[in-house]
Design a protein around this ligand. Structure first.
Ligand SMILES: *Cc1c(COP(=O)(O)O)cnc(C)c1O
Length: 376
């Protein structure tokens, strides 16, 4: 059966598996090797562990099959999502170039911006909503999109932005962390790179840091690969193997978590103390229209605002099934008052809540009870 016609669940459980070998495991175990036997001339795929590792190869094939089923894309895994973002930016840009970043993206982007500027690269930013990045594309070499963006959950029209960027000769990278490849396929929407933090829903157990870049353009990907070698931000074999093992349940987790997120968002909509509720799956969410055109699932993250910082803190303390922790996408629900980190442009009472794989009724009940208790 060809990959292109398989269902997504089938693809997820089989992704990246090697041809069966008698008496060998289905998914070969992690290969722990700093170096490989290399008699004579340097040849063959595996020579030194910073450049290549067979455990990465299997995982990279798996992610490529999910990001672009039936297509020939190259995927490179990294030590973290930030390593993947940095690899694309710093491998494609040099002094004198201009780049467009989202102004409301991942909280490390301002630090990345300062570093790009220190290297003589001009950085422009615009918000994700309303395709505002369109207005600052002229003369840019690269556009980085984050859709849905974290933590505001705005969505932009990836196909439209990619078309406009390409018309100006710019490359396009999309941070696909929130959606996962089962929620959105940026390469099919016209992006040159789909990159993500695998730390979140892709691996989903809160026990692995990982990042990846997938792309079709051979020259551009060669530069990303070269950057990985120079900077050495590589994934450990154990992490890569855990990630691959977790991909088998990706569709199960994503479907469960996203369905519960939809239910919880609908329950939160009824609460008077909740304002600024955002979930792209809600039919009246400002992102819903464009999200339903380009996404196949709306994600596991909900954001909303409680009236005060104190109320938000009482709410978080009252939760029993939701851990007060950062990150998102894991099988155990988490929530946090985002402004405790500083950085994001959000209100004091802003909560980012990541829906896990608990029974939907248990979770909704816990959240509504914690809202009631936090009122006292
Ligand atoms: C978490 C996150 C990252 C960074 O990933 P790490 O694996 O923590 O380095 C990048 N982009 C988005 C949208 C994220 O949520």
């Amino acid at each position: 059966m060809s990959e292109a016609v398989m269902g997504e669940g089938t693809r997820a459980v089989r992704a990246g598996l090697p041809e069966p070998v008698k008496n060998e495991p289905t998914l070969p175990g992690p290969v722990f090797a700093a170096h490989f036997h290399l008699p004579g001339e340097v040849s063959g795929p595996y020579a030194y562990g910073r450049d290549e590792n067979p455990t990465w190869t299997h995982l990279e094939r798996a992610i490529g099959e999910l990001e672009a089923p039936g297509e020939d894309v190259e995927t490179l895994v990294f030590a973290s999502g930030v390593a993947a973002i940095a690899a694309v930016l710093f491998s494609q840009l040099s002094a004198g170039d201009s780049v467009v970043l989202p102004s409301d993206g991942y909280q490390v982007l301002p630090l990345v911006r300062a570093q790009l500027e220190a290297y003589g690269i001009e950085v422009r930013t615009a918000p994700t909503a309303g395709d505002a990045q369109l207005d600052v594309l002229d003369g840019a070499k690269l556009l980085l999109i984050e859709s849905p963006c974290n933590p505001g959950l705005d969505v932009c029209d990836i196909r439209r932005l990619a078309g406009a960027a390409h018309a100006r000769g710019a490359l396009v990278a999309v941070d696909n962390t929130l959606a996962t490849p089962l929620g959105q396929r940026p390469l099919a929407l016209g992006a040159d790179f789909s990159l993500a933090s695998g730390t979140k829903q892709l691996t989903g157990h809160g026990d692995v840091l990982l990042g990846y870049v997938a792309g079709r353009d051979t020259a551009a990907m060669a530069a990303v690969r070269r950057w990985r070698k120079i900077i050495g931000a590589i994934s450990g074999p154990m992490e890569a193997w855990l990630a691959h093992r977790s991909l088998a349940t990706l569709q199960l987790r994503v479907d469960r978590q996203n369905a519960t997120a939809q239910l919880l968002a609908e329950a939160l909509r009824e609460r008077p103390e909740v304002t600024g509720l955002r979930y792209p799956g809600l039919s009246d969410d400002p992102a819903h229209k464009i999200a339903s055109q380009q996404m196949r699932r709306y994600g596991s993250v909900i954001s909303f605002t409680l009236p005060t910082r104190a109320r938000a803190e009482r709410f978080l303390r009252a939760l029993r099934l939701v851990d007060d922790a950062t990150s998102f996408g894991g099988v155990r629900s988490t929530a946090e008052r985002r402004l405790r980190w500083g950085g994001d442009d959000v209100p004091e009472g802003f909560i980012r809540l990541s829906v896990g794989a608990e029974d939907p009724d248990d979770l909704v009940t816990d959240v509504l009870r914690a809202l009631d208790e936090s009122d006292r």
